[in-house]
Design a protein around this ligand. Structure first.
Ligand code: ADP
Ligand code: ASP
Ligand code: MG
Length: 402
């Protein structure tokens, strides 16, 4: 069997944890499996490196940022290989480039274009455990790129796809996907099986346990994923797959919280055809991820436009919108918001799910600033300080603790 095993930041957080990973990997290899391991940087390392870069300027050059942050995963890949070789296993550590991962040029959020698996295959055929530095690839100029925060998940899924692996295991610090972040609600329940679609919503709405782009790719390539704990590897985790047996029965599968968004409001902008296309076109040109757009009905030829962007893209957003300071009455930025979302495929065929969410927040005296819905989710923007409270109240309202 060929298995891809990915270990996240806490799982390789110090030398003891790396030894623990080496033990898990060795056990698999000793059972006769071929193993490809993808590692993250040690917990906190990527943030530390980003802080270093931001010390000099608010907008450090993205090419150099990528070169800098990609080093975190190189450290852990080399250390894991050293640990395994010290235990008598044949292993080799590879950077993203050496593993054949080619990406677009969009520094800090590059997309994987192609993987040339020949080098990995050669090493596997020679009986080696192949260890890959996650989160990184190389663009057509030969520059190092990174795949967005949490991007080692994407590396693992992409490699599982490219090698046609039998299994893709994501080892982290929780033993599976829960009905909400167990750090926020200890009563959260572990889910045995979850569909790609639901996991994709949870992940893109803030459940950082899986990077959303990795789930998107898993769905596209039909790679089944098991999320499990490196602290308790013997415990069965959560299977992320195409369809689950009780999909239609479950109304709400989980609650997600995203505190990394910021709100932008442009008041009194000229109300004419093409104004939205113009503003959002300019933001798109800078690769800014706009979400949850609300435009009110115009009055006196003026309109108000409110939307959210990731906090990390707020500075760039301000730069882009500078020219609208004179073309509007005012622009307001607020990074103390939270987006709380209720997700469930079962919502498609039930009514009243949204009403329950609004009533629950009202009962807690939480004001809703923005709302957006799709077939399988309801998202509400609220004041950041009520984020956790809202999660717990909604978790209870939909009886997810039962
Ligand atoms: P890693 O470093 O292994 O990639 P992350 O910190 O990125 O791990 O993701 C794991 C964390 O995700 C957990 O510690 C947990 O707090 C958080 N999390 C958020 N939502 C959920 C959820 N629905 N189920 C499980 N964990 C969740
Ligand atoms: N180290 C990177 C991050 O912190 C990638 C990852 O952990 O998956 O975002
Ligand atoms: Mg992660």
């Amino acid at each position: 069997m060929l298995v891809v095993q990915k270990f996240g930041g806490t799982s390789v957080g110090d030398l003891d944890r790396i030894q623990n990973v080496a033990n898990i990997v060795k056990k698999y290899a000793d059972e006769g499996n071929q193993v490809v391991v993808v590692v993250s940087a040690m917990a906190g390392e990527t943030n530390k490196l980003l802080d270093f870069a931001n010390h000099f300027t608010k907008t450090p050059p993205q090419r150099e940022v990528d070169l800098l942050v990609s080093s975190g995963e190189r450290v852990t890949s080399a250390l894991l290989s050293i640990a395994l070789q010290a235990m008598g296993k044949d292993a080799i550590a590879l950077t993203g480039r050496q593993a054949g991962i080619k990406t677009t040029s969009d520094h800090t959020k590059a997309r994987i274009m192609d993987i040339d698996p020949s080098k990995m295959k050669k090493h596997l055929d020679e009986g080696k455990i192949v260890i890959i530095a996650g989160f990184q690839g190389i663009n057509e100029n030969g520059d190092v790129t990174t795949l967005g925060r949490g991007g080692s998940d994407l590396t693992a899924v992409a490699i599982a796809g490219a090698l046609n692996a039998d299994k893709c295991e994501i080892y982290t610090d929780v033993d599976g996907i829960y009905t909400t972040d167990p750090r926020i609600e200890p009563k959260a329940k572990k889910i045995d099986m979850i569909s790609y679609d639901e996991m994709l919503e949870l992940a893109s709405l803030g459940a950082k346990v899986m990077q959303s782009r990795s789930v998107e790719l898993a769905k596209k390539l039909n790679v089944d994923i098991e999320v499990k704990s490196s602290f308790k590897p013997e415990i069965k985790g959560t299977l992320i797959t195409k369809e689950t047996p009780d999909m239609e029965k479950v109304l709400v599968s989980g609650i997600a919280l995203d505190k990394n968004q910021a709100r932008v409001s442009i008041f009194g902008v000229e109300d004419r055809p093409g104004i939205s296309a113009e503003i959002f076109g300019k933001l798109a040109d800078k690769n800014i991820n706009v979400d949850m757009i609300v435009q009110n009905v115009g009055k006196d030829n003026k309109a108000n436009l409110t939307f959210t962007v990731p906090q990390t893209e707020l500075e760039l957003t301000k730069e882009v919108l500078k020219e609208y300071e004179n073309k509007s009455e005012s622009i307001e930025y607020d990074d103390s918001i939270a987006k709380v979302s209720v997700v469930g495929v079962g919502m498609k065929s039930h009514s009243g799910v949204a009403a329950t969410a609004f009533k629950t927040l009202a009962d807690e005296n939480i004001n809703i600033l923005m709302i957006s819905t799709s077939e399988i989710k309801i998202s509400m923007v609220i004041d950041e300080k009520y984020g956790e409270l809202a999660v717990r109240a909604l978790h209870k309202a939909y009886q997810l603790d039962k």
